[in-house]
Design a protein around this ligand. Structure first.
Ligand SMILES: C[S@@+](CC[C@H](N)C(=O)[O-])C[C@H]1O[C@@H](n2cnc3c(N)ncnc32)[C@H](O)[C@@H]1O
Length: 256
């Protein structure tokens, strides 16, 4: 069952081609720059055994990368994704792996997925949902979560962006068929999490040549994809016309 499948910001559940791109990354053992960065930063900022929940984790293509790079303890991994096709692919690929589980669900209703987790991660997903407030509140209110690591858009202010995804159909523009690319400030994240959390903004780690060459097959013929793929402009990243200030944010509960 897909949750939130009828919401106008959720183009994911009706995009089987993109789900297939993620599945192929898993099957072909592609180690994305953001997965490598996540593994390295977890190794640097987290400690002990990690029970990870990855919101927007797709079919679990970050799990092998994180497991390989994390040296401070053991890993269990849960992907929670809104798209049932991603979850089905993860269940099939990791069948028999007792340390991994996969659930259809939404980061907008995160609390049920945190009860047995101590570490929350999310990459390339939080800019695209309407709000991160429920996730931050659930982390603040959970007793056992002691660390998180997000790749998201971080600026000096909070900005809500809606990108219209079609170049030819302008019906109901900004009411449906759009993608959020929302930017948050560290001050906002801290204000929701409260004083129990120490936050650190960490640079995005990526290979600029690899990024410049990055493409998905569909973008050559379909505007729906071409304005969703990141490209470098100098030392900045753009997606179509939108500047994307990608960064990692590490959070640690004080006293840990
Ligand atoms: C851009 S992809 C990123 C996938 C992966 N984390 C990566 O970096 O390759 C965004 C993922 O978030 C999922 N997603 C979108 N909205 C979501 C939500 N509200 N809750 C959970 N997952 C969501 C999508 O289905 C998709 O798998």
């Amino acid at each position: 069952m897909n949750t939130e499948s009828d919401k106008p910001w959720n183009y994911f559940s009706s995009d089987p081609q993109y789900s297939n791109v993620l599945k192929l990354r898993l099957e072909n053992k592609v180690e994305m720059d953001s997965a490598l960065a996540m593994g390295r930063y977890l190794n640097q900022y987290a400690s002990g055994d990690l029970d990870i929940v990855d919101f927007g984790g797709g079919p679990g293509h970050y799990y092998p990368v994180i497991s390989r790079l994390y040296q401070n303890g053991g890993i269990t991994y849960r992907s929670v994704d809104i798209d049932a096709a991603n979850i089905d692919a993860g269940l099939r690929h990791f069948a028999g792996d007792k340390k991994a589980d996969f659930t259809v669900g939404s980061v907008l209703d995160p609390a049920p997925f945190l009860t047995d987790r101590n570490c929350v991660v999310s990459a390339n997903t939080l800019p695209h949902i309407p709000t991160v407030a429920p996730l931050l509140e659930a982390i603040r209110n959970s007793e056992q979560v002691h660390s998180f690591l997000f790749r998201m858009l971080i600026g000096d202010e909070c900005v809500q962006i809606k990108k219209h995804l079609s170049g030819t159909d302008f019906d109901a523009m900004f009411a449906r068929g759009y993608q959020h690319n929302n930017i948050y400030s560290i001050a906002y994240l801290q204000s929701v999490l409260g004083d129990d959390w120490t936050l650190e903004r960490l640079p995005d780690l990526f290979d600029v040549t690899r990024l410049a060459e990055h493409s998905v097959p569909m973008q050559k013929t379909d505007h729906f994809y071409s304005n969703r793929v990141s490209r470098p402009v100098g030392d900045m990243i753009f997606k179509g016309d939108v500047y994307m200030p990608w960064a990692f944010v590490s959070g640690t509960r004080r006293g840990r």
